[in-house]
Design a protein around this ligand. Structure first.
Ligand code: IMP
Length: 438
């Protein structure tokens, strides 16, 4: 049976440790969307690994695949591979020939557009990694795919058209003095080296065929989403979203496998016991600065990729109901329960009040979401403690008030809890029901 791991909120739910934990018994870990905007932290043998592109299962010796739905910054991909080798690992990474490439001009244009949207209500707060512009080019049929990087004449033809257009855009619209990032020959030279390395290391595959064959041969595949449901370009709070589909449909379109390879398996929703957001956009349960800093202090609440302080909010059930429906979760992992230990007050948003009506789900427009007022239920908090002591003692060793909180969330969503996270390492997770034990 295969499994898909999806963030139920706004990213940073701790998917990396879930993939790491449940990925132990799988053979292949596949990322199906996004690029270097992601940041996964995995602790293995006491060592911390921070990855932005390579699927985290690679650290445990799994094959890591970047599906066609990803946008790949080849420079960072090869840097990550080299760094893992330097630390004594032997990463097996495959990349779809249909995946699009993030080029230096995408990064420049991403930042330029954010600056141009100076008005706070328009800026998205992107990670500045060129993700949006790369997906724009994909949809605009002027993108460069991994397959093009392997074919210099096709690459030259495509870049000559695109780079000219990008240079004019950068100069005329954003007033940028364009440099090497917008120089076709320079880009070809760089990409030629990357292309040779991709070939030499036999990294390029047709992921649909590759994964289907693996599945037929009895391999277990874990589909790993980056970011989260509420920053999905379709189902998130547009326009404060990333440009891809972290939701379950992305696992199908972003890899080229039959839907049943995904839907016949487990779909694991990763939920953080509170909310955080690194970018802009509404957050109805957002805490005021003082309370937020209390939580932030405890969880080191700064973005892995951007280093920006995360905005903090109470757990929001309407968001989770939306995520459970869109993704068809078969169960959840509730992470960061330790982070709420020792707080003075603990709340969960059960429903919203929107224009005088009670709402249980998520309004489709961001404007309406911003007008929602949370209706809270208050919970007894639990004491802070040495959580590492509890990790081998099982679910019943958790404070009763923490179990009440966890069981309430599970009942509200009508979903079983696969595991509870009480710390960053995979050993700091209490498994209640392993999703891959049928
Ligand atoms: P982009 O993906 O860099 O274009 O950024 C678009 C929005 O998604 C911004 O609000 C980012 O802060 C947010 N975002 C992108 N990647 C992540 C992530 O991995 N975790 C949390 N938020 C993210």
């Amino acid at each position: 049976m295969n499994a898909t791991v999806i963030g139920a909120q706004l990213g940073d739910e701790g998917k990396g440790s879930v993939v790491d934990l449940f990925g132990e018994t799988v053979d292949v870990v596949v990322r199906y969307q996004g690029g270097t905007n992601a940041g996964h932290t995995v602790v293995h043998h006491g060592e911390e690994y921070k990855l932005r592109l390579i699927p985290s299962g690679v650290i445990r010796g799994k094959t890591g695949v970047l599906g066609n739905g990803c946008v790949v910054d080849l420079e960072i991909l090869f840097n990550e591979i080299s760094e893992l080798r330097r630390r004594g690992l032997d990463p097996d990474v495959r990349v779809s020939d249909r995946a699009h490439v993030v080029l230096p001009y995408h990064r420049v244009l991403d930042r330029a557009e954010e600056t141009a949207k100076n008005d706070d209500s328009l800026a998205v707060g992107t990670t500045g990694n060129g993700i949006g512009p790369a997906y724009e080019d994909k949809a605009g049929r002027r993108g460069i795919r991994i397959g093009d990087v392997l074919n210099e004449s096709a690459l030259r033809r495509r870049l000559q058209y695109t780079v000219l257009q990008k240079r004019r855009l950068a100069q005329a619209v954003f007033g940028i003095d364009t440099g090497a990032e917008f120089d076709t020959e320079h880009l070809i030279d760089t990409l030629r080296d990357f292309g040779e390395r991709l070939k030499r290391e036999e990294m390029v595959v047709d992921t649909g065929t590759y994964l289907t064959e693996k599945d037929r041969d009895g391999a277990t595949i874990l589909f790993e989403s980056a970011q989260g449901t509420h920053i999905d370009v379709e189902h998130g709070n547009y326009p404060f979203v990333t440009s891809s589909n972290p939701t379950v449909g992305g696992a199908i379109t972003g890899t080229g496998v039959s839907p049943t390879l995904v839907t016949d398996g487990r779909i694991i929703g990763v939920v953080k016991a509170y909310l955080s957001r690194v970018g802009k956009g509404p957050l109805p349960t957002e805490l005021d600065d003082e309370s937020a800093s209390e939580v932030r202090e405890k969880v080191g609440g700064f973005g892995t990729v951007t280093g920006r302080p995360r905005r903090i909010g109470w757990l929001d059930l309407p968001m989770l109901r939306h995520a459970a429906r869109v993704n068809g979760f078969t169960g959840i992992v509730l992470n960061h329960v330790d982070a709420l230990g020792g707080l003075n007050e603990l709340r969960v948003c059960e429903t919203y009040k929107l224009d005088g009506e009670t709402v249980t789900g998520l309004p489709s427009t961001t404007d309406a979401w911003a007008r929602c007022t949370p209706e809270y239920r208050t919970f007894d908090s639990w004491p802070d403690q040495d959580w590492s002591k509890l990790q081998n003692e099982g679910y019943d060793s958790l404070p009763e008030s923490a179990r009440t909180y966890i069981e309430y969330v599970s009942a509200e969503l009508g979903l079983p809890v696969y595991a509870v996270g009480i710390g960053p390492a995979r050993t700091e997770t209490i498994v209640l029901q392993h999703p891959l034990d049928s």
